[in-house]
Design a protein around this ligand. Sequence first.
Ligand code: MN
Length: 364
Amino acid sequence: MPDPERLAAYRAKRDPARTPEPVPATDPDTPEVEGRTFVVQEHHARALHWDVRLERDGVLVSWAVPKGLPPDPKVNHLAVHTEDHPLEYATFEGEIGAGEYGGGQVTVWDHGTYEELKWTDREVQVVLHGERVQGRYVLFATRSKGAADDGRSWMVHRMDPPTDPAWTPLPTDLRPMLAQRGDLPPDDGTWAFEMAWGGVRALALVDGGRVRMWSGGDDVTGSYPEITGLGEQLGSTVVALDGELVALDATGAPDPERLSEREGVTGGSARRLARTHPVTYLVHDVLHLEGRSTVGRPYDERRALLDGLELSGRSWRVPPTFDGPGAAVLAAAADNGLDGIVAKRRAAPYRPGARSADWRHVPS
Ligand code: MN
């Protein structure tokens, strides 16, 4: 039997006059036929998360999962058991106003039906049949250390192998490919040309909407808080990116001195400098995407994958690549105060950690 007050907590957090979310005045009757729908909503609230909801006893039993459903059984994700939602919520998409409970954009990330394998107060095992997610998952309560157990701390674990049998997690030992110094290559159509920005080389590993930035073997995430929005933009896309951090002056030219003030600074000082001396992450390559390494694929294919991500934000973007002529691109770089260009062989793979003749730095 459903609790007669099942939606009381839901209603208490929402004013129907101030939110576009459905707020039914009364609780649902016990359903004659138990439904078995599930929905996962991507919720760009103050912190990005995914809300996993399972229909049961006429309501949507709900968890907020900060990194989303894990695709791989080797990785468990935290889940926070939240208040039951009304069934009407399963199709809700929209913008909850800033300042309201859960303010931010909500979209349906996946939906479908589920089979129940086990359901207790502390463990829920289901088989999800969605469009993006299929397979067995278990949600289970954990006891938070040192705190009273309020029943909200859970984990979610995938019980089946990854849907994609070739799925591999993001590599943790990636090293950037380096360019050799050289002369302009011939304009024979086999080279692409990019500006050399002279910034700090950095790899970004993005998983579950969270970014980790690596530079020179160090985790520098804490030094560049303005890049966290890149993870929010990528949502559930799991990807490793290569690029460089630059601080641009008022004319749009890189300012190495401003950039050097950011290095090694973390915490509140980094947040202050992010406002006064902001950096931009210029992304020029994709090394791993949705469980697959892409380093073996030619430049042109990697570049198409990168363009497909449509990365564009206040603090990150994908600078253009040029077909040539090389001399014209080099002249444009000099005109803009840049340190020359990097010519990249279109057919060449990415060679992690190698200084390769397939990338040629041509100074201005
Ligand atoms: Mn939410």
